[in-house]
Design a protein around this ligand. Structure first.
Ligand code: AGP
Length: 655
């Protein structure tokens, strides 16, 4: 044990002549060993995918060829979306930098014949916010001695830039990021050592960031995070920094998930983690039980299709061990009977697809007599219903990093509410911010369009709703036993939908349409919204979701023979929904009914997407799987970049 009470975990002679001999050490608790994290069972780690929209960081120090390793890492981060990419590598007498707008492939081509040769470097995929996607705005950003990559937003960059310019610094980009290398350079020029200069520079930043930096001629990487994820990958003879584990998963599955405020110094003597002031901090290394294959597309053309097809498994994981249909019991980890007896009302906060899952959950709770509302997280600060200490606020967020949702969570905490995160990502900011977290265990979702995580969110919220209603002595969501049985059968029901081929045919049949409408009532309404969101985000076609009863209050004016109307049925008041669909049909719109095969709607509709018979509360979830498939096939037939739709990010960490 060293003087700081820390063990040296990794001790290894490195063979590489450029950085040998050396040791990699990580501060861990004295008696601890690396903990194993099961990726697809009770403690799912979804590899964290949430910086600001789409940026990705990779850093490497070790014995490998940095150029190849960084380019591979950038390719592995491509799923996040980006519009430019770059690398900086310690290259003999200085730092070699190559960066350009466009694809990683273009970056690769530009360095194909280069003589860059080194084993220490940083790389980045950028999604533009400050300045367009030009070569100059791409990261890394550099000064004479410093190279920096950054995810997040430096809120005080304008004043820092002005001050630095007054001191003679010349800026070559429009980015907020460029102030960071200049700040570090300034402190170096003032006589501070590199590490101290890095800490002093970071101390000046306001906003959110994950930063990795390198100083010319030093075989050291400096990194830190605040509000943007950053993980360290550990190998016997190498260390990686990345915004997400897939960046380096083919090399190592031993990771340290950094916390806000952590500073990493990785050099030939080891990896040291401290706070900004330099005090050692204890971070437990974890082994991610997830092989690189699982992060790949396997035999599928797109991650989205793979993830749609994973739903039988992800749903089984969401409910595994949590429900016992035979006994009618629920076991939600820490949320045993009596947990929610102090709750007067429930508010669910979320964005996008997660908001649709939240609407589903709120509807189920209200159906059981519990006061429950779903609120768009980005509206929460201005339009939250009354909150007090008897309010349970549930943040529903796949990534756990959505800025709108995190801010709403802060707001709920400030008002004294009890908070709970329903998320896919262990260790995410939402999971840490909320009083408690419940994980949906969906496994990694790489496609920007959320699919399996919606289903798992809904399934878990329904289970949670049962627990809450039982605690509050309210009427169970539905006959509790029957719902639990139906939940138990849900994976098989989804499987049977996936075996069908109707969705592809429907997508083809209506390929020439002008717009696509989705309607539903009750639990069918959030599914209509979600069906439209999925369709528009990956096909780029006009798609809208409406409460079926609203059609006649305005949207009917848009209906024509060129606007198919998808009708979600199988739930509540179907006869009224069907009447609304007929109103559209009378005006020439083809009607596609999503319902069980023997439903009366099949006699009326122009086309039919079948779902198995199930509990009323689950019909919408099954209908949504058909709508996911329709959206996927429609986008595929249009040859859209399905996994990375234009202008969209997997995780949106700006408000
Ligand atoms: C939907 O396909 C999108 N990925 C988007 O609407 C997403 O659901 C939203 O940004 C919220 O993300 P979160 O679940 O990670 O908070």
């Amino acid at each position: 044990m060293d003087s700081a009470g820390l063990n040296r975990l990794y001790v290894q002679e490195w063979a590489d002549t450029s950085v040998s001999p050396c040791r990699v050490s990580v501060p861990i608790e004295a008696s601890s060993e690396s903990t194993s994290v099961r990726a697809f069972s009770t403690d799912t780690i979804q590899l964290r995918g949430a910086v600001r929209p789409m940026c990705g960081i990779i850093g490497h120090i070790g014995t490998r060829d940095a150029l190849k390793t960084l380019l591979t890492g950038l390719e592995n981060l491509e799923y996040r979306g980006y519009d430019s990419a770059g690398i900086a590598i310690q290259n003999g007498a200085g730092i070699a930098v190559e960066k350009r707008s466009g694809e990683v492939d273009e970056l690769k081509a530009s360095v194909a014949d280069s003589s860059i040769d080194g084993s220490v470097g940083i790389g980045h995929t950028r999604w533009s916010t400050h300045g367009p996607p030009t070569d100059a705005n791409a990261h890394p950003h550099t000064t004479a001695d410093v190279a920096v990559v950054h995810n997040g937003i430096i809120e005080n960059y304008a004043e820092l830039r002005e001050r630095l310019q007054e001191h003679g610094c010349r800026f070559t980009s429009e980015t907020d990021t460029e102030v960071i290398p200049h700040l570090i350079q300034q402190y170096i020029d003032d006589g501070y050592g590199s590490e101290r200069a890095f800490r002093l520079a970071i101390d000046e930043l306001e906003g959110s960031y994950a930063v990795a930096a390198m100083i010319a001629d030093e075989k050291t990487l400096y990194a830190t995070r605040k509000g943007s994820p950053l993980v360290v990958g550990l190998e016997d003879d190498a260390c990686f920094l990345a915004s997400d584990v897939p960046a380096f998963l083919e090399y190592t599955d031993d990771v340290v998930f950094l916390e806000d405020g952590d500073v990493v110094i990785a050099d030939k003597y080891g990896v040291e983690i401290t706070d900004l002031a330099g005090n050692p901090v204890v971070r437990q290394p974890e082994t991610v039980d997830w092989d690189p294959e699982q992060a790949g597309k396997g035999t599928y053309d797109h991650f989205m299709l793979k993830e749609i097809n994973e739903q039988p498994t992800s749903l089984a994981q969401a409910i595994e061990g949590r429900i016992e249909p035979e006994r009618g019991t629920i076991d939600l980890e820490r949320f045993g009977p009596g947990t929610f007896t102090d709750v007067d009302s429930v508010q669910l906060i979320a964005c996008g697809t997660s908001y649709h899952a939240a609407l589903y959950g709120a509807f189920a709770l209200r159906g059981a007599g519990v006061e429950a509302t779903a609120v768009l997280a980005n509206e929460y600060r201005v339009a939250a219903p009354p909150i007090d200490e008897r309010t349970l606020v549930i943040a529903v967020t796949q990534s756990g990093e959505t800025a709108d949702t995190l801010r709403a969570l802060d707001c709920a905490t400030d008002e004294g509410a009890t908070t709970l995160a329903v998320t896919n990502v262990v260790g995410s900011t939402a999971a840490r911010k909320a009083d408690e977290a419940l994980f949906i265990r969906a496994g990694p979702e790489i496609g920007v369009a959320a699919t399996k995580t919606f289903s798992s969110q809904v399934a878990l919220l329904l289970v949670l709703a049962q627990r809450i209603t039982a605690d509050l002595g309210a009427e169970p969501v539905a006959d509790a036993h029957k719902l639990l049985e139906a939940l138990d059968e849900l994976p098989a029901a989804v499987e049977s939908i996936l075996e069908g081929d109707e969705a592809g045919k429907i997508a083809k049949r209506f390929q020439q349409s002008h717009a696509y409408f989705f309607i539903g009532r009750g639990l069918g309404y959030p599914v209509a919204l979600e069906g439209a969101l999925k369709f528009k985000e990956i096909t780029y076609e006009h798609a809208e979701g409406f409460a079926s009863g609203e059609l006649k209050h305005g949207p009917l004016a848009l209906v024509s023979p060129h606007t198919p109307v998808f009708v979600v049925l199988g739930g509540q008041e179907d006869e009224k929904t069907l009447k609304n669909a007929k109103e559209a049909q009378t005006r020439g719109a083809p009607v596609v009914a999503i319902c069980p095969p023997n439903h009366q709607a099949t006699e009326v509709a122009d086309a039919h997407l079948p779902i198995p018979e199930t509990h009323d509360v689950l019909a919408g979830l099954l209908a949504n799987v058909q709508l996911q498939l329709v959206a996927y096939h429609a986008a595929d037939q249009l040859n859209r970049p399905i996994d990375k739709p234009r202008n969209l990010a997997k995780s949106v960490t700006v408000e």
